[in-house]
Ligand binder design. Structure first.
Ligand SMILES: CC(C)(COP(=O)(O)OP(=O)(O)OC[C@H]1O[C@@H](n2cnc3c(N)ncnc32)[C@H](O)[C@@H]1OP(=O)(O)O)[C@@H](O)C(=O)NCCC(=O)NCCS
Length: 198
C-alpha cells in the first residue's frame, strides 16, 4: 500500500523521469512550465506517493499572483506512474494537498488540465471568472478552484508567477515584515571564509 508524504530531497531524482514518462519533453514548451521556470515549488504542498523505495506519484504547487494584487496557487505537475494509474493515487494526492493548502490559508488554486478529471475537486473554467494566462492555453483546460467560497469576488486579470510583495508602493513595512525580510537576506550572501573551511 502506498503512503502520501511530503516530497524529500532524494525524491527529485525519481520525479523527473516520471514527468518525462508521463508528459515527454514537450512539457517544457507549455505555458505553465514557462510560468514556473524561475519559481521554487512550495515545499509544504509538494507531496509524493511512495511504496517503500518506489515513487508512484508526485504533485507540486507554485506561487502565483493575479493582477499583481492577489495571491493564488498553481497546481502541477501531477503525475502517477502508468502502472499505478486508476488506483486512486491522483485523487489522494490532490485531496490531501488541497486540504493542506486550505489549512495554510490559501484561497485560490489555478491549473491547466483536463476539466473532466478536475471538476470532482471543484475546478471550473478560469476564463469564465475573468482570469487570463501569459501564453497559449486550451481555453477549456484553464481551470480555477476557490478554496474559500467567493475568494475571487472582485478578482480578475492576468496570472503571473511569483509571490505578492509584502508592501505596496508608498506603504511602509511593519516591524515584523522588516525582520522577516532582513532574516531572509543572509541566505543570499556567500558563506564566509571560516564557514567554507569547516
Ligand atoms: C491524470 C492522473 C494524474 C490521474 O491519476 P490517477 O491516479 O490515474 O487517477 P485516480 O485513480 O486517482 O482517479 C481515477 C479516476 O479519474 C479518472 N481519470 C483519470 N484521468 C482522467 C482524465 N485525463 N480525464 C478524465 N478523467 C480521468 C478515471 O476515469 C477515474 O474515474 P472514476 O473514479 O470515475 O472511475 C494520472 O492518470 C496521470 O499521471 N496521467 C498522466 C499525466 C497527466 O495527464 N497528468 C495530469 C496533467 S493535468
Amino acid at each position: 500500500m502506498y503512503q502520501i508524504i511530503h516530497e524529500r530531497p532524494e525524491d527529485a531524482a525519481k520525479i523527473e523521469p516520471l514527468l518525462e514518462l508521463c508528459f515527454g519533453s514537450a512539457r517544457f514548451e507549455k505555458t505553465t512550465y514557462k510560468i514556473r521556470e524561475k519559481l521554487t515549488p512550495i515545499s509544504q504542498l509538494s507531496l509524493v506517493a511512495i511504496e517503500g523505495d518506489i515513487l508512484h506519484g508526485t504533485i507540486r504547487y507554485w506561487p502565483l499572483v493575479i493582477d499583481q494584487a492577489f495571491s493564488a496557487l498553481l497546481l502541477g505537475p501531477i503525475a502517477v506512474s502508468p502502472d499505478k494509474q486508476g488506483e486512486g493515487i491522483g485523487i489522494a494526492l490532490i485531496e490531501e494537498s488541497l486540504k493542506l493548502a486550505k489549512e495554510m490559508g490559501h484561497k485560490t488554486v489555478i491549473l491547466v488540465g483536463d476539466p473532466d478529471y478536475y471538476k470532482r475537486f471543484g475546478f471550473t473554467s478560469a476564463f469564465d471568472k475573468g482570469l487570463d494566462l501569459p501564453g497559449p492555453v486550451d481555453a477549456h483546460r484553464f481551470l480555477v478552484h476557490e478554496l474559500i467560497e467567493k475568494s475571487l469576488s472582485g478578482v480578475s486579470g492576468m496570472v503571473s508567477g511569483g509571490e505578492l510583495s509584502l508592501t505596496q508602493p508608498g506603504e511602509y513595512a511593519s516591524a515584523g515584515e522588516t525582520a522577516a525580510l532582513v532574516g531572509s537576506l543572509s541566505s543570499l550572501f556567500p558563506p564566509s571564509e571560516t564557514e567554507k573551511t569547516q
